[in-house]
Design a protein around this ligand. Structure first.
Ligand SMILES: Cc1cc2nc3c(=O)[nH]c(=O)nc-3n(C[C@H](O)[C@H](O)[C@H](O)COP(=O)(O)OP(=O)(O)OC[C@H]3O[C@@H](n4cnc5c(N)ncnc54)[C@H](O)[C@@H]3O)c2cc1C
Length: 293
């Protein structure tokens, strides 16, 4: 009997993940599930634990690289309407984890709520943005969070208030197995002014990052605010360098773009090459920002 026989309508075995990832590469998930509601989600999480199968949650796939051999896990893709509600209340906006961040930002702008427009142009979902505490140039998204609803390690739905969450820097979001939704606290402003700021930010981002290519977000963490990884990679002479079908972006050296026919192993080789060269040149060990599955 197959492990998820009683979840046939929502679980697929050996399912390709590449179409769900911004990199568009890598192997399949042993099991890919699309729960239609919270009850199904909890039941799936429980089943994977009982079977000793690792659990991974996929949002918009803009910060994940999957190895060519695939992932031996139950990958839960949150996309159903049950995880996609948006509700505006006075100065706050609540959104499900599957809501695209861009949709949340547009919603808050239309409602005359300011703050989140700083994150214009960051791909992915609310869940992914909170997990990684997405950052714009000067701000992290956690700064606008009032509370987050999660599924905790014992499968209980819990509300975590802002003061117990440690949203300090990029990557410091809640580490509960599943983020379900979040409420953001924003400032009232003129909707037109918010939209004008969104447009300005989008123009700058589009010019400086490789949108329209197969890529993910920043590959490496900055060593410090004064030593951004992209600057070190560029100064080590690596902009435009290729391995197989993977190439250091000529627009921003902390991005790797995948050319047609690229493999995940090409990206991983290029990552090793960059690390070695930056360590030789500057003595800094770059740490990964993207998640490698
Ligand atoms: C062109 C480009 C530009 C980018 N610019 C920026 C930028 O300016 N700033 C920035 O911070 N990032 C940037 N990124 C990276 C990426 O968009 C962000 O990290 C984004 O927040 C990831 O969201 P996602 O839904 O795609 O997450 P995914 O890639 O699907 O997942 C990322 C991580 O979050 C976890 N996760 C996702 N959803 C949930 C959930 N509901 N519950 C628990 N865990 C979850 C996953 O398990 C994984 O560990 C950029 C990426 C690209 C491709």
């Amino acid at each position: 009997m197959h492990l998820f026989d009683d979840f046939r309508e929502i679980v697929r075995q050996d399912e390709p993940l590449a179409p769900l990832l911004w990199f568009r590469l890598g192997g399949p998930a042993a099991y890919l599930a699309r729960p239609r509601n919270r009850e199904e989600l909890v039941a799936l999480v429980r089943r994977s634990r009982e079977a000793g199968l690792p659990l991974k949650v996929l949002g918009g796939g803009s910060n994940v690289l999957v190895r060519d051999e695939g992932v031996n896990a139950l990958v839960i893709h949150l996309e159903s309407p049950a995880f996609s509600d948006v509700a505006v209340r006075d100065r706050s906006i609540e959104a499900g984890a599957a809501v695209p961040l861009t949709a949340l930002i547009s919603h808050s702008a239309r409602a005359g709520l300011a703050g989140l427009e700083k994150f214009t142009g960051i791909p992915g979902t609310v869940g992914g943005a909170l997990r990684g505490n997405a950052d714009s140039r000067h701000d992290v998204i956690g700064q606008y969070v009032r509370r987050v609803t999660v599924l905790d390690p014992s499968d209980e739905v819990r509300v975590r208030e802002r003061d117990v969450l440690n949203f300090t820097e990029r990557g410091s979001g809640p580490d509960d197995p599943v983020i379900l939704s979040a409420e953001f606290e924003l400032e009232p402003d003129d909707p037109d002014a918010v939209v004008r700021r969104m447009r300005r930010i989008w123009i700058v981002k589009k010019e400086s990052q490789p949108y329209g290519h197969q890529s993910s977000g920043y590959i490496f963490k900055d060593v410090s605010p004064e030593l951004p990884a992209g600057m070190l990679i560029e100064q080590a002479g690596l902009k435009g360098v290729r391995f197989g079908g993977a190439e250091v972006s000529d627009r921003h050296a902390n991005f790797i773009v995948a050319q047609p026919g690229a493999k995940a192993s090409d990206v991983l080789h290029l990552i090793d090459q960059i690390r070695q060269r930056v360590a030789q040149h500057f003595g800094h060990e770059l740490e990964l920002q993207i998640q490698v599955w």
